[in-house]
Design a protein around this ligand. Structure first.
Ligand SMILES: Nc1nc2c(c(=O)[nH]1)N[C@H]1C(S)=C(S)[C@@H](COP(=O)(O)O)O[C@H]1N2
Ligand SMILES: [Mo]
Length: 411
């Protein structure tokens, strides 16, 4: 038995090739460079290089915007969840929620001002922030208004419109903790007011504890600098908290003793209960899941094997388990979770379903690592009433008719 290293194997292969062709490699290479490109006869030459790639012209997957705003001043559009794969949302399909349009910000003149209860206010340029140690995490972002149309009756035709105000990407930036520790925080500080530079005057009070835990000053998403829609050149990212608090086009962080009670945390982004009181500061996005395929507007074409696919996420941590029902919640079956299963991140689940051809009601229900079980809509309504706008994480039902057509129902 002879043993040899990888190096000697490669060398032997090289010698064999050189012997077979009877030429020295160097000579062959220079002859190749002088030759024009060869085109197989009868074949059309393909498209030239592009400096920035685009999807295939056969793929028509796009965001769709809401029809319930009268102007584009306040606007939102939905991620096409039913057409995506895996857990990462491509940058061009990340959902958008803009209260006053997308500002055009020159990163050379933009500043982040950190002031209030700190050891000396400081203004940072984007280049300053790029010099700090960087962190990257894959985290979902969900508008707490996601699924707001579904409180009273099934309304959205597709999962894109019922659940598409959630997206997930790899965010890169500076952890807020690193920056605040560098500046020095006054021991009296408890809250941080984050301020946006758009015309919408978005400001939200965030517990200092959250800021020192896992908040990020993000300047990049999925490997490239933020898209203007996502807050270019800088946004706050508060993993697991309602999307509204992840202030885009971030220009200010003010450290205070008390929350500010801004418009966005009093008149808006509170949850009116049936007794006339409102829940306020409902920061964390509770566990939620939805079947994305097959889902509303689709048609199940084949009897027999169909894979049920969906997404689950929790603002409290990792998804521990997802169950799928095909009979409106009478019987539940455990779905497989696709790795990686990360905290505060979309988790893909799959369930092998054999459709016999009759009618069915498809549902998914998730449990996170804290043991929280996703409620039915009825359970949620019992506690919250139907005057709430935000934080609808109820179980979604899709009815499959005997012809395979799928519609949004409440089961
Ligand atoms: N400055 C600013 N920040 C903002 C908003 C905004 O309109 N202006 N919208 C908020 C809301 S309601 C949500 S849900 C998220 C949406 O982030 P996205 O557009 O990147 O998906 O940004 C939040 N941050
Ligand atoms: Mo939002």
């Amino acid at each position: 038995m002879s043993s040899f290293s990888l190096g000697s194997l490669a060398r032997r292969q090289f010698l064999r090739i050189a012997a077979a062709t009877g030429t020295a490699t160097i000579a062959a290479r220079s002859a190749q460079a002088a030759m024009p490109a060869t085109v197989e006869q009868g074949r059309k030459v393909g498209a030239p290089l592009r400096p920035y790639g685009q999807p295939s012209p056969y793929e028509k997957v796009v965001r769709v915007s809401t029809t319930s705003t009268p102007t584009q001043i306040s606007s939102w559009d939905f991620t096409p969840l039913q057409h995506l794969h895996g857990i990462v949302t491509p940058n061009g399909l990340f959902y958008e929620r803009n209260h006053a349009g997308i500002p055009n910000i020159d990163p050379r003149t933009h500043r982040l001002l950190v002031y209030g209860l700190v050891d000396g206010a400081r203004a940072f340029t984007i280049d300053d922030l790029l010099r700090y140690p960087a962190v990257s995490v894959i985290r979902f972002l969900e508008c707490s208004g996601n699924t707001l149309t579904e409180w009273k009756k099934p309304t959205a035709k597709t999962v894109q419109v019922s659940h598409g105000l959630v997206s997930c990407c790899e965010w890169t930036g500076v952890s807020v903790k690193t920056l605040l520790q560098d500046i020095g925080v006054d021991s009296k500080a408890r809250w941080v007011v984050a301020e946006g530079a758009d015309a919408g005057l978005m400001d939200r009070s965030i517990p200092l504890e959250k800021m020192m835990d896992d908040a990020i000053l993000a300047y990049a998403q999925n490997g490239e600098r933020l898209r203007p829609e996502q807050g270019y050149p800088l946004r706050l990212l508060l993993p697991g908290f309602e999307g509204n608090m992840s202030i885009k086009w971030l220009r200010g962080l003010k450290l205070t003793t008390e929350p500010t009670y801004s418009r966005e945390e009093t008149s808006k982004y509170t949850d009116l209960l049936a007794n006339g009181k409102a829940r306020a500061f409902t920061f964390v996005m509770d566990p939620k899941s939805v079947i994305t395929s097959p889902s509303g507007g689709m048609v199940v074409e084949n009897k027999g094997f169909n894979e049920i696919r969906g997404l689950a996420w929790s603002g409290r941590g990792k998804i521990r388990r997802v169950d799928v029902s095909t009979d409106g919640g009478a019987k539940w079956n455990e779905a497989a979770l696709q790795e990686p299963v990360l905290e505060k991140c979309l988790t893909r689940f799959r369930f092998p379903w054999t459709w016999a051809g009759g009618s069915a009601v498809l549902q998914s229900r998730c449990v996170d690592e804290t043991g929280y079980v996703q409620p039915t809509l009825q359970e949620l309504v019992r506690v919250r009433g139907t005057d709430s706008v935000y934080h609808n994480n109820g179980i979604q039902s899709w009815a499959v008719a005997s012809d395979g057509a799928i519609t949004n129902v409440q089961a």
